[in-house]
Design a protein around this ligand. Sequence first.
Ligand SMILES: Nc1ncnc2c1ncn2[C@@H]1O[C@H](COP(=O)(O)OP(=O)(O)OP(=O)(O)O)[C@@H](O)[C@H]1O
Length: 451
Amino acid sequence: MARNLQIMVVDDEEAICVALSAWLTKEGYSVETAGSGAEALAKMERQPSDLYLVDYKMPGMDGLQLMAEIKARQPDAPIIMITAHGSIQSAVAAMKRGAIDYLCKPFDPEELSLLMERVAAAHTLQQAETAPDGQWDTAAAPPAWGGIVGQSEALRIVLEEIEEVAPTPAPVLITGETGTGKDLLAMAIHMRSEQAAGPFVAINCGAQSETLLESELFGHEKGAFTGAIKARRGRLEMADGGTLFLDEIGEISSKMQVALLRVLEEKKFCRLGGNQPIETRFRLISATHRDLRQLLREEQFREDFFYRINVLTIHIPPLRERLADVPVLADFFLRKYAAETGKPVEGLTPRAMEILMGYAWPGNVRELRNVIERVVVIARGRMIGAEELSFLQPPGDTCIPETATLKEMERRHLQNALENSDWNISRAAKLLDIDRVTLSRKMKRLNLKRP
Ligand SMILES: Nc1ncnc2c1ncn2[C@@H]1O[C@H](COP(=O)(O)OP(=O)(O)OP(=O)(O)O)[C@@H](O)[C@H]1O
């Protein structure tokens, strides 16, 4: 995935520059390297970066001196100091002089990944906030919201609710159909919360088996189970001082609900295979596309856990109930994919837009994004016409009647994807942009079987 962040890595050890550059490039960032402070400043004159990763100990100009030089030229530039393992003093010195964080050598890829995501999110938000005009053009519109595009009244209300709940420490439950943007909303809450400077740690509870989820959340000690060759921190630990986002919370087992409830109440836990309590304090945000009250009635969800995670609720309506967002989202994705693919596509014809507005979007914004990506890739001219969107109007019996229930629509939609993939679950899941486990679960629930 291409990310909108230019990073400069400054280190006199070439191996570190090469390794960091390769890793960050793989993660989708644009990277430039410099072997000394002087080289970094020269490169910066030509092309300033959005983020600087600077080694503390370098011959000639050291990390702190370089940081002062960068700040003199680019006062708002975020700088992360690279320090040797265990060198807490240098990390503290760097933070005191304005570094936003520090990284210890050798690098923990997971930590690096989280740190970069946090910086990238802050950067997107800052860019949106300083953009001359956002998508919101009414006087009552909220300030720009990093990455959240829309102009409907329904979305405006949701964003207002976010402004209200974000600064409080209370757990938030975000509900809404799949693909409505719950992840983006969770991130927006984090960015406006007291923990904004801390980590935002997300985990999809529905995408993995219970054992894996448990070890991802709690971490484990060395030898806790076969294959645990070294100790590993879990997400509960990583989220300390920040936000823990539990996506697809409706999918977790009763046993896991009990375990998490205990952590939420005691604010401490033990890694798997360990007996040393570890303290952790985080803001909890959960999300689900399921009706948790229904799950409560069916006794598939615990009441105590439900009330614990559901102190504040934010509901994001499906796209078909906020059609005013469709044109701006379509335009946003069209520009994005045109820029990424280098295609000279400029817009949609009025008839094409009518088709988008008339479609039910069972997969919500994610589906709209995928549709636009697809039509940009196949586009021949500068405008996308109705014929390029004809696949949104399935012929004959696959046509979904206007009175269809959501469940029927979901079933038809999944069936279409499965038929288009010869009932290959991996391919269909990719087409639908969900994971295999979720698709298999949905198939079971909707009683969808290969004919
Ligand atoms: N208002 C929006 N503006 C821009 N992009 C959006 C918006 N809403 C959703 N998206 C994009 O649509 C895709 C799906 O959004 P997201 O993953 O947040 O949905 P979700 O509700 O969390 O889905 P799921 O329940 O499947 O996890 C993402 O690529 C996201 O960036």
